[in-house]
Each structure stands twice: as C-alpha cells, then as structure tokens.
Design a protein around this ligand. Sequence first.
Ligand SMILES: O=P(O)(O)OC[C@H]1O[C@H](OP(=O)(O)O)[C@H](O)[C@@H]1O
Length: 309
Amino acid sequence: MDAKEDLNTTAEKIKTMEIRGAGRIAVAASAALRDYVMTLKSLPMSEFNVKLEEAAKILVDTRPTAVSLPNAVALTKRHSANNVYDAIDEIAKNAEKFITNAEQALGKIGKIGAERIHDGDVIMTHCNSHAALSIIKTAFDQGKDISVIATESRPRRQGFITIRELNDYGIPTTLIVDSAVRLTMKEVDLVVVGADSITVNGALINKIGTSQLAMAAQEARKNVIVAAETYKFSPRTLLGEMVEIEDRSSDEVIDADILKELPNVKVRNPAFDVTPAEYIDLIITEVGAFPPAMAFTILRDYLGLEIEV
Ligand SMILES: O=P(O)(O)OC[C@H]1O[C@H](OP(=O)(O)O)[C@H](O)[C@@H]1O
C-alpha cells in the first residue's frame, strides 16, 4: 500500500467509526499525517505544502463534530521550516508531542476527576468515553466502593463497549436503555460523561442523549461532570461559529429494507447533541477542574488563540 492509501485507510476507518471516540480519532489522525509526510521527502517545498494541506483536509473532513480532530491536525501540521527535511522533522515532533500529551492526559483526568467521586457513589455514564472511564476506573483503583449505570447509547450501542470494559475491570455495572435515564436518575449520585467539543461558552457537544442525562440530573439535583482533554475545546466558537452536528446514515437506526417499505417515513440520525453550560457542574481536564464558565480561559491558556480556525 502506498502512503496516500494508508492515509485514506485511516480516514475511512474514522468515517465508518472503526476508529472512534473523540480522543482516539485525534491521535489516529495525528499519527496518519506524520506517517504520510515522512514519504514526501523528495518533493519541492511548495508541492510539499500543497500535499500537506490536502492530507489534512482528508482527515478533517471525515467527521464534523469532534473538534479534537481539527485541533489535532492543526497542531500536527504547523511548521515554520523553509525546506522539506526541517518541515518533516517539525511535523514528526508535533505528532509525537500531541500523541504523548493525549495519552498522559487520560491518566491526569482520571486522577483529578476521581477526587470528585466518593465511596458508595453510583455514577451514570453515557456512550463510551475513555476520559470518563479513566475517572471511574481511577476512583475504583483508589478502593472506592462505586457502581455504574451505563446507557445503551443507541443507535450504535457504544454502551456495550463501556459495560464490557467496566465488567472486565470488576466494577459493578447496570445497563439501561436510553429512555430509562430519567426514571433511573434518582438512584444516581453523579453523572460523568466525555466530550466531543466544548464551546467558548462552556456548552458541551457529546453523544446524542447527553443533554437528556444532564437535564434529568439537574431536575434530580445531581452533579454533572464532563471529562475532556484541553484539545476538545473549540477555537472556532470564539468567532461565534456553531459546532456542526453530524447526521449519520439511517442504516444505523433502521434496516434499509424495512425503510424501503415505508415511503412516508424518513429517519433522522443526529449523532450528537448540545448541553448548555448551566447543566454542567464541572469540566475535568488534564490541567485541572474548571467550571464551564472558564472555557475561554482554557482555550486561551492551553490551546492558544492563534490556532488555525
Ligand atoms: O475521547 P473519548 O473520551 O474517548 O470520547 C469522547 C466522546 O467521543 C464519542 O464519540 P463517537 O462514539 O466517536 O461518536 C462519544 O460521544 C464520547 O463521549
């Protein structure tokens, strides 16, 4: 396989969600871009930059909602070199830094977030978030007697990945269907979810259904904690841009043959929803725990306002 095919294969895996999770797709894109540019040594500088931008676009265009993806690509591709060898060197170092930071961030989020979890807590989580699970597993490692209520997370049922992971870790877990969230909330002490994007106003964009957990939690006066690496904050929202909500295929919701028999029916399959900041108590990042109102500060101090938008 040539280098461009490898890049396209990674892009396809992100699109089809063979590689999924806002953090994982970011790390995969950074690595794919690095591997691709390594093969461009013999090109003149101007052509190198064109190929670099083309490759970046292929990766970014795979999924529109998780800002971790364009942030990872922007942080990886930036270079100030005027020859190809130095540019490749810079990009390889950028990728190394991004991937190492992303891996270490999960452990730090786990430690910081676990401080918010108490012995005896029942935690509700949604979908499958490596950052949220890092908090839950760390609290369990600390000897806290906790249990988890995990939503199924239709249509792709990422909740099944979560319950398997929690089961294998030895954490008592209850699986519920998404529509059981409100009824079950009274048994819950706190909600811990991940993030695909966080806006400058502190709103959370995460797996469809997250906002119903947050609303039910507020109604029941339970805390909502978001686990999010700093690279999941969206610089474009500084300019007032909305985060695009990915609409996925109807095939994920209903069998195509059944749908064919129903000419008056259409299917909508939005993959994410927006939870306003007022429903969120705390955002746990690798650099500390912040109220959502501090999203601007995180963007400025840890991502840098000069990031490509
Ligand atoms: O980065 P981590 O914490 O793993 O996941 C963050 C979020 O990414 C996932 O998206 P999808 O399943 O790829 O659509 C879920 O929405 C999850 O909450």
